[in-house]
Write a protein that binds this ligand. Structure first.
Ligand SMILES: [Cu+2]
Length: 343
């Protein structure tokens, strides 16, 4: 029931707000039991082993909790009804067993199960054995994504969208540039905090192709609710072809590039192979490939790109990009078309 694609024009303008609301059925118990909360944004619809363990743990805890609740309420009702001396003794036994022994044993069992599952929920390999390595840095209010080679060197940088191969564990190194953020892809597992000055490891595996929505799960400022990203899982061969294509240089529209550079965009944004080498904002090298704009906030259309350039702060309060509404409309449009074409 949550959105599959984020580009659908019928979505509200600020899509992040709507999608970051809780799925209503995850609040209501009957909804959980019917498991109607499916789609690309639910821990109850796991798409990989780490997330499956989390979903199992949830259901086991739920059943354990219900059993304890029934036992305690039954003991209470039983004990409050019997009044004579003989039945008081029986009531004492019922309270002991249902109100003390059973809950203690069950809670210990649930705790042990949770502890036993932990290594599977957080699989970990030493750095030198990791093959698919991706570094993600949380920034107010977007995600810097760097693909690393096996030696840990940066192959290239992108933003707000992560691609991983199906069936192979992807090893994330999670960092923060400013304040604490948290990296969470409900359908794949996590979440893991991103803390300034630290690198936190997280391994996620997708076992089917798809586009999964991720969110920042730690309040990080005004536009925290507008800080989403997508994880696209594709077949390993397709993923490798994409990695290779991303490292090859491509011809660019010279006029669009000139307008981009002349207006100072290159001071904060990088486009590989050009004079634009800014590091403050998202890398825009293959910006046209992204499914969303401004970290899941807007659909990826020329109109929305132009709107964002003209007044980013109106769309994402607190954003660290100045507004460019004073530029001639034609220039903004030209830049939007140029960016949309960057593949
Ligand atoms: Cu955040």
């Amino acid at each position: 029931m949550m959105d599959q694609g984020l580009t659908d024009a019928s979505r509200p303008r600020i899509s992040g707000l709507r999608s970051s609301k809780l799925c209503p059925s995850s609040i209501l118990l009957p909804g959980i039991l019917l498991s109607s909360c499916s789609g690309s944004h639910s821990p109850l619809d796991p798409a990989g082993p780490e997330a499956s363990h989390v979903a199992h743990l949830f259901f086991v805890m739920l059943v354990g909790g219900v059993v304890i609740w029934i036992a305690v309420v039954a003991a209470l009702v039983y004990a409050s009804r019997k009044k004579n001396a003989h039945s008081e003794k029986a009531a004492g036994r019922v309270i002991l067993w249902c109100g003390a022994i059973l809950p203690t044993v069950l809670l210990c069992a649930l705790l042990s199960y949770g502890m036993w599952l932990m290594p599977a929920i957080r699989p970990w390999l030493p750095d030198d054995q990791q093959v698919r390595r991706i570094e993600v840095t949380g920034e107010q209010f977007w995600w810097r994504v760097r693909y690393l080679d096996e030696a840990g060197e940066v192959m290239f940088e992108t933003a707000n969208e992560v691609r991983i191969p199906v069936g192979e564990p992807a090893h994330f190194s999670l960092k923060a540039a400013d304040v604490i953020h948290s990296f969470w892809v409900p359908s794949l597992g996590g979440k893991m905090d991103m803390i300034p000055g630290r690198t936190n490891p997280l391994t996620l595996t997708a076992d089917r192709e798809g586009t999964y929505r991720g969110v920042c799960a730690e309040f990080c400022g005004e536009s925290h609710a507008l800080m989403a990203f997508t994880v696209r899982a594709v077949a390993a061969r397709e993923h490798d072809a994409w990695l290779a294509a991303r490292q090859a240089s491509k011809p660019l529209d010279a006029e669009g590039l000139a307008t981009f550079l002349n207006n100072g965009c290159g001071a904060c944004h990088a486009i590989a192979g050009t004079a634009a080498n800014g590091r403050i904002g998202p890398d825009l090298t293959a910006f046209g490939e992204r499914g969303t704009l401004a970290a899941g906030t807007l659909p990826h259309t020329e109109t929305d790109i132009a709107r964002f350039i003209a007044d980013p702060g109106e769309i994402k309060p607190g954003v660290k990009m100045p507004h460019f509404g004073m530029l001639p409309e034609d220039d903004i449009k030209k830049i939007a078309v140029f960016l949309k074409e960057l593949k």
